[in-house]
Structure formats: C-alpha cells, structure tokens
Design a protein around this ligand. Structure first.
Ligand code: SF4
Ligand code: SF4
Length: 489
C-alpha cells in the first residue's frame, strides 16, 4: 500500500481514504488556500488548514467553514491533488450524518419548494410554452441543453441569434435538469452521479451526436467533471453556445451592425475556471469583437470570486439556514461591490446561475449596476433589443424565497433536515409547490411588483436594511471577523 507520510496528529492517510482528493500527491504546500480568493490565508495558516482537513479536524479548518465552491484551489494546485474535492468530501461525510437543512430544497428539482416550481407559478404564458417545448426529447443529432438556470430565464432565447438551433433546445424542468453543477457543490456526489447517468442515457437514446450548452459554464460538467470524477463519458462533441456564437461572429455569419462602445466588467463563473479557462477567453473575445472594453474586477479569471451562490454551501447545516442566507448575501455583496468599483457601465455574465444570483442580490441590496447576459449584448450589436427583464424576474425569485423562509421560520417541522432522494434513470416530473404555496408566492410577487415596493424610497430602505444586516453578520461571524482574527493571530 502506498502510504502517505505522517501529518500533525500522526494519522496516516492514503488515497483510498478519499473519493476524489489525491492525498498522495498533496505536499501540504498551502498554495490552494493562500490563493483562495475568499480566504487569502497567509501561507502558514493555509498549510495548517489543508492538514486539518486531511486529518478530519474540520472544526479547525476555515476552508470547511468559508469555502464558496469557486474551484480556484483546484486549478492552482501544482500537484493536481484536487483540494476543493477534499472540502466537498468532508461536507458530504457530515451531511450523511446530519442531513441537509430544508432551505436547500431550492436546488433539488425533485423536492417541493425548488426554484423552478416556484418561478413557473409566476411565469407568463409565452415563457411556459417555451419551457414546455423544451420537454420534448425526440431523437435528434444535435441538442442544445438548457441547463438548470436557463429555465429561470427562458426569455433569453428570444433572439434570432438562436434561430438555427432553436428546434434543438431541450431540457425543461419536466424533462431533466441539466448537469447537476450546483448539487455537486453540496458534496451530494451520489445524486450528481445519478443525474449524470440519466443525462447520458437520455442523450444516448436520442441519438445525440453534438451537444451545445446554453449554460456555457455548466458545459464543464459533461466535458470535465462527470467524466473525470464519475467515469460518465459522452461520446459526442460538446460546445458552449458562446463558442458557437463566437465562431459565427468570426466567420461573419453574425453581422455586427453596431459596435457597442461600452465599458463592461465580466463575472467568471466557478466552472469557467476549468479546461484552462477556455470559456473565459471565449466570452472576452465576443465582448471585444462587439466593441466592449473590458475592465477586470480585482478578482478575475482563475481567482474570480463566486457570485455568492456557492457560499451558502458551506453553511448548509441543520439549524444554520439563516447563516447560509447571510453568508450568501455577504459574498454576493462583495462581488457586486467589486463590479461597481470598476466603474464599468455594466456587469456581464455568461452563467445563468450567476445571472440568477447577482440579479436577485442587485435588486435586494439595491446596488443598481446594470447586469446583462453576454448574449443580450450580442443581440444589441446586431440591432436587436433584448427582452432584458432580469430585475423583474429577480423579484419573482425573491417571492419564492420569501415563502420558503417564512415557512422555515413559522414551522419547526418544515426546518427538519432532509437527505436528497435518489434520482431515477427515467425522466421524473418536477416537484411542484402546493396550491397554498402558489397562492402565497403569487401574493408576495404581486406585492413586490407593485408601486408599494417598486419605488425609489422603498427599494432604498430595503437595500439599506439588508446591507446593514450583512454588515452585522460580517463583523460578528463573517469576512470582517475572520480578517480581524487573522491579524490578531
Ligand atoms: S492540495 Fe495542492 S496546493 Fe493544496 S497543499 Fe496540497 S499540493 Fe499544495
Ligand atoms: S473552492 Fe474556492 S472558495 Fe473554496 S477553498 Fe477552494 S479557492 Fe477557496
């Protein structure tokens, strides 16, 4: 047996103790957690932290408590030891014992209370019809996989840019849900594997020979994560929709009629850091070709900060629901502030998950930086006017979240932790909200879209109150607390 050297407490670890983390490659250099854009630990602390995690001393690990699931540590590790997976494995072990707090049902489509069921209750007819069409899984050689969060913004496909691919779009919440990129963040690897196998089976039955991913960053799940971690391989070509758009811009098939002359900053999603950051380069080239000047945020490319979504993963422990929300808000606020500090005209995203989170927090925290998906800017450059209703959709999401949080607060039984249900290899129906839930979500949405909320004063007050709450959290338990602690130590 190839044993790893003794560390710290004397425990001896070898590769078979971990599912994905390669302890035999790790030399405790600490580069992972000193480069981590969230923690930026001094080298000696970073070394101690990785050792604590290896030994299972999770209480001593800041990474265990603060990881935003951004992938940076994996891509900077000189030994390719996959330290991010070490964190996920430790979380997964613990969650097998404790379960996941109820608030996490939002990302499990087979649990009532998931985002897609709530949003569908509020969507207009034309968007519901689009999503219904995407449930069609008839055999075809080419498929455009929507991915989880494209189904929150179906109006983004209302562009002639996608006319040639429109019949190939598939992947509604009723059909199947994409590549499980967000569930991977919880460490629920079994569910990810089940979803990956389901996708492999469905596409094999459809006879797919080429897949385009509408969620470009999520294309890294079937291209990189599912094959490398779970041995789930796809015997067809996979390309992001932005790569396809860029090829058409380069070849002149997409005619740029108007250079945009905008200064923009770009949010690089967590999965975009994989495969040498190819998606990051593609999106930058698109923006440059349509006349945008890119002003980078302080943390960019391989050191980009999470939009905030992944931050909640580190706090998903029973009884910690509120902390998960507060840490998410703190992380999102940090990212939006970085974007604002560039002085750019707009924040551009190419991950629908980032669009989802940043739009919601931009509204709730009243930050006000305009947010665009890269496709919308290409639309503008060809003379189209994008539908662009992210702010409106953000309040729809907030309505669903309000209902969920209210139920968590009012009903102790509702707060009970759960274990994710196994995912069948067959297509499963989306778990829908109850009639009572739909009534509540509609009532909250009506209020949030009304002039009572949609006015300068109320939005300023909501933003100021939520930022004050984040500031208290940050000083007592969050980022400021850790920064002071590091200085003290
Ligand atoms: S995981 Fe990689 S970067 Fe982190 S301590 Fe080990 S070898 Fe160094
Ligand atoms: S995944 Fe990102 S946030 Fe988490 S420890 Fe690694 S670098 Fe830090």
């Amino acid at each position: 047996m190839n044993e790893k050297k003794e560390r710290g407490t004397g425990s001896i670890k070898n590769k078979k103790d971990f599912r994905f983390f390669d302890v035999e490659k790790c030399d405790d250099c600490g580069i992972c957690f000193s480069t981590c854009p969230v923690m930026e630990l001094p080298e000696e602390y970073a070394k101690k932290d990785i050792m604590a995690l290896i030994q299972g001393d999770v209480e001593s690990s800041q990474a265990y408590d603060r990881c935003n699931t951004c992938h940076t540590c994996d891509v900077v590790c000189p030994q390719n030891a996959d330290p991010y997976e070490l964190i996920l494995e430790r979380w997964g072990e613990k969650r097998m014992e404790t379960g996941i707090p109820h608030i996490a049902v939002t990302v499990f489509p087979n649990e009532p209370g998931n985002y897609w069921g709530s949003i569908k209750a509020l969507m207009p007819k034309e968007e519901l019809e689009m999503i219904d069409r995407w449930a069609d899984l008839h055999p075809r050689k080419e498929v455009v996989l929507t991915g989880f969060y494209s189904n929150i913004f179906p109006y983004l496909t209302q562009t002639k840019l996608l006319d040639d691919l429109r019949p190939a779009i598939a992947g509604s919440p009723e059909a199947f849900f994409g590549c499980a990129g967000d569930i991977y963040k919880t460490g629920a690897f079994d569910v990810v594997e089940q979803m990956g196998k389901r996708m492999q089976k469905i596409f094999s039955e459809m006879g797919v020979e080429k897949m385009y991913c509408l969620m470009s960053a999520e294309s890294m799940m079937p291209r990189e994560v599912l094959p490398k971690r779970f041995g789930i391989n796809f015997d067809f070509e996979i390309q992001s929709i932005e790569e396809w758009l860029l090829e058409r811009i380069r070849s002149g098939k997409i005619e740029i009629k108007k250079k945009l002359d905008m200064k923009v900053t770009l949010q690089d999603g967590c999965l975009s850091k994989l495969k040498g950051g190819i998606e990051q380069d593609i999106n930058r080239e698109i923006l440059q070709r349509i006349g945008c000047e890119i002003i980078e945020m302080e943390h960019n490319h391989e050191k980009a900060l999470c939009c905030g979504y992944g931050a909640s993963a580190s706090k998903l422990w029973p009884g910690m629901d509120l902390f998960a929300v507060l840490y998410l808000m703190e992380s999102s606020l940090r990212r939006l502030k970085e974007a604002e500090a560039t002085g750019a005209d707009a924040l551009v995203v190419y991950c629908h998950g980032c669009l989802f989170m940043l739009s919601m927090m931009n509204e709730f925290l009243n930050i006000k930086i305009p947010i665009y998906h890269v496709t919308e800017l290409v639309q503008m450059a060809i003379g189209e006017e994008p539908v662009h209703k992210h702010a409106y959709r953000a309040w729809d999401v907030i309505a669903g979240v309000t209902n969920l949080l209210l139920k968590c607060v009012l009903s102790p039984s509702y707060r009970a932790p759960f274990q994710p249900k196994p995912v069948s290899e067959e297509v499963e129906p989306l778990a829908k909200p109850s009639e009572d839930d739909i009534r509540m979500i509609e009532a909250f949405a009506k209020l949030y879209h009304s002039p009572i909320v949609q006015n300068f004063v109320t939005k300023a007050l909501i933003g100021a109150a939520s930022r004050a709450i984040v500031a208290v959290y940050s000083n007592v338990w969050g980022r400021s607390y850790y920064e002071r602690k590091l200085k003290r130590d």
